[in-house]
Each structure stands twice: as structure tokens, then as C-alpha cells.
Write a protein that binds this ligand. Sequence first.
Ligand code: AMP
Length: 583
Amino acid sequence: MRRWSELAERVAATTRTSEKTGLLADYLRTLDADELPIAVVFLTGRPFPEADQRATGIGWATIANALGQVSGTDRADLAAAYDRFSDLSAAVGDVLERAGHEPDPERSPSLVEVAAAFTAIEAASGPARKSHLLAALLARADPRTARGIVRVLSGELRIGLREGLVEAALAKAFDRPLDAVKRAGMLTGDIGRTATLARAGNLDGAALALFHPLKFMLASPAEDATEIMTRLGPTVWVEDKYDGIRCQLHREGTTVRLYSRDLHDISSGFPEIVAAARDLPWAGILDGEILAWRDGTVLPFIALQSRIGRKDPSAAILADVPVIFVAWDVLGLDEPGRPGAGGGSARDGVVAPTLELPLTERRRLLEHLDLPLASEGGGFALSHLSEATSTDELETAFTEARGRRNEGLMVKDPTSTYSPGRRGYGWLKMKKALATIDCVVVGVEVGHGKRHGILSDYTFAVRDESRDQLVTIGKAYSGLTDAEIATMTRWFDEHTISHYGRYRVVEPTVVVEVAFDVILRSNRHKSGFALRFPRIARLRLDKDPREADTLQTVTRLYEGLQAGAEHLVTAGARRAHVGREPA
Ligand code: AMP
């Protein structure tokens, strides 16, 4: 683990991509078969592979506690160090150094031991037991190794690594074609498994396995119809943008599993969809959305909310909020040539990938699956699809989608392939009058008046990809419901890193969708931008902070706004579609 930590620091010290790749490749080549998958998963900033359901359940408080057990320091020491570095791993290393922590180098934990400790921490119940296990691990780690451990645990790698870079390093380390590494990564959805295949020279062995969720393809926000047509035209595919729960459905034989966008198994929460998919004559994987639906109409998202996070819904809830699965994509099938020819069972749990086919072809396959439609008493629907060749047609489609009570449009390039985990330009979302951006809450403040004692003012940030850092972009009085604010107040209370008077720095893990009127250049915030009339449209607890929008996206939206001064007028006139106005 010490070598991993050293490598992470060397990678962080250079901004040059080629140098990062070179350092990584040299390091990866030296690892044995057991160490390699662990090292690469850690390099992506996670203690477990992404599609793994497990999470260590460790937050700032547990880390502070464990550190106290090892070094005799208290939370205030860690908070003071954090204020100096704005980085939890650096702060932990600093506290240990100052406390003169010098364990026997012979007992320094190996990568395999650290991975085993993370497994034990995940399995342990309660923060006391977890911090005890972490303390035992940190006790054996010198400050630098401890920095590495905390980097992985806190998910704040900050070494400027994206998965693409790790893939490039694997290609270089084992002298394999980059495309083959990327393809294996796409199919397995597991960088550790990809590394093992690359090392063994068996990248062709990567398969699309059922019941291992793939990352979801993401959409980029588009500012308006003109931008969409410029990027994707001359002919675009236009689907309604449904406001439900993103879901990947896997089925084979009588087994059906549903996965949420954070790749968790949510099957038990939606028994009617599982039942509807049980008797289909094919094995495969669909992408779509779970929607609340009654008598041929979509119910508002708020209805669906009572089913989110509920494992075994009661008969009353099932009757109250019926759901269906709206499908828009097919990612793998037993017999893509003739859907259904496989008779519903896949060989060795593996299906043929269809995600590399163009969307036109995938849609054709989807339509041939003959899903039992909700309109005929079944549990499925297909996304509403049309074609547009002009901005006028897009605007009309937008109005019609809103008329069907959907959020807006998802505009797709008909030639595009399905790229898991990527937020590319193959899919563009046209939601409200203006785009919203997903930001990470980095600070909170107690409110005034009626909100006294409640953490209701949020400072939020976007990701600067080039520096792998969060940069603040605005502050808004929360537009959330009182119940949400109360829950979040408790959460932020438990995840406060440090206090500055009324302002608290909090763990940067909560994503909020922020609506605004205009983006302005401003020195007020670290991003160099400010939002006019920012308001929190909703909490996005389903999103990982890594999925927050980037400074690069904000810059693009800003440039788009500059390009049409006329647009500023429109933007002003169309404000306040979502959330509440700031107090
Ligand atoms: P957002 O959550 O605002 O980033 O928008 C992306 C989400 O829109 C996806 O994750 C899906 O859950 C949802 N969505 C709704 N309708 C569609 C559609 N027709 N195609 C793809 N994604 C859709």
C-alpha cells in the first residue's frame, strides 16, 4: 500500500497526462495478479469496484475517531489540519506526522491487506466497530500510507485520474490496443476485471454478463434547440424526457433484476415490474425508467417519491402508486439477430452486446421484443419517439412532451452507440426553459427567521476537470421541502468538517440540481462564474458527486449565452419554472 500511496502522490504532482500514464504503467506492470485489480480499483478512487453494492459506510466522523485512537488527537486537530489543506487525506497524514506516528515498516499493510480491511469495515455494524477496525489499519500505516488509505476511503482521490487514463495506462503497461481495453471496460463495467484480462492477454474474453449492471449512458445539458440542432443535426431523434427512476432491467429464464443508476439492486421495491418481466421469451438487458402511471397517464414524480428507497412496498402502496417500465434501449440480447430465438435463456449467463450498434438498430430490436404494453394491461411502455430536422420541430416536440406531463426532451443522435458511464453529446437533454446544472454542496449555513437553527443555505460547486477539484459557483437558499431540509440538516450536522462562524464546510457528497436564469463571469466564486437567481430545484441523492456537472460544461453554457444576447432576454422572461425563489 505504501508503494500505491507514493505512486498516487507522484501522479498528483504532475499535470501532464503522458507522464501520469507512464508512471501508472510502470507501476501496474510490477504488480502480481492479486494486487493488480485492487490497485486499479483504488486508483479510480473507490474501495470496491463500482458495480459492487458495498460501501464502507465510513464518513468524516469515523475517520476522525479512528485517528484519535491511533494518535491521541481529537476532532479539533483534524479540523484544523483540514482547514490548512482542504483535503482529508493530507489532513490525516499531517495529524499523524505531528503526533510522531512511526510504525514498524515491516508491518506496513499490503494492498491485499488493505482491501481485506475495507471488506471487514463494510461488514462491521456500527460506527464504533468500524472506527476500531480502521484504527487497527492506520496503526500499522506510516503517514504517507495512511494518506493513501484515506484517499481511497474518502473517495477524494484528487490525483487527476479519470478511468480513461487508467485504461490508457493498462494498455501501455501490458502492451494491448487501447480500444480493446476500453471495450473490455465497457462490457465488464469493472476496471479491476479489465486489468486482469489485460494482464492475461485475454481482453477478447470480456463478456456482457447478466446480473452485473453496466454503467448508464448519461446526457449532457443543452441550452436550447439551436445548440441541439448544431450538435446533433441535421436529423435528430426526439424522445420524451420522463421524470422517474432510471432503471436497468436484466432478465433470463424466470430471474429478473432491476438496477438503479447508482448500480444498486432495487428489484424488491418494484415487484410488479419484476412480475411483468418474468415471462418474456428472451434474455437480455434493457435501459429505461420506472414511472408512476395510472389509467394511461404519468403521475407526477412526487407520487413516485413514496416508493423510493422502500424495499417491500405494502399492498396499499402498490395500489396507490402503480408503476410501469418505460424502455428506450436494449444493451444486450440472447439472439440479437432474432430476438426471442434464445427462448429466454442465455448461455452461461452471458448475452451478446448490442450496445455497439447504432441507436436506430437498437430501437428496431427493442420494438421487436413485443413488450407487453401498459396500454394493454402489461407493465411496459416504449419511450415516445419522433424525428426532428429543425429547431421549430424541436420546440413543438418540447411543448407536446410537456403536454404529456413529461419533463422535456431527450434528444439523441440516431447513429450513436450506447456509451456506458459517459456523459457525451450523443444524448442531449432539453428540460426546462433553461438548463439546470448538478452541483455538489460544499458548505451550509443556518437560515434566518423561520429557518433559524436550520441549515438551509447551501454553497455549491461544480467540478473543474482539469484540476480535479470542486470550485464554488453559487449559494442559494434551499428550495427544498421542510421535511427534506430537516433531513438534510441532520445529515449536514453529522458531516460537518469545520466551522467558520455561521458557515460550515461539509463533506462534499450531496448533489443538488440548481436552476438559474443566467450565467455571469464573476470573481465572487472560485469557478470564476456566478449564477443569477440560483435556486435549488431538487436533491439528487441518486447522483454521485463525481457525476456533478463540470466547469467545462458551465463554460460552454456561458459561451452559448454570450453567443445570443437575445437569449438573455428570453431567459429573463422565462424564469422561475422550478423550485422556489430565494428568500
Ligand atoms: P438528469 O437526471 O437530469 O441528468 O437527466 C438524465 C436522466 O433523464 C437519465 O438518467 C434518465 O433517468 C432520464 N431520462 C428520461 N427520459 C429519458 C429518455 N427518453 N432517454 C434517456 N434518459 C431519459
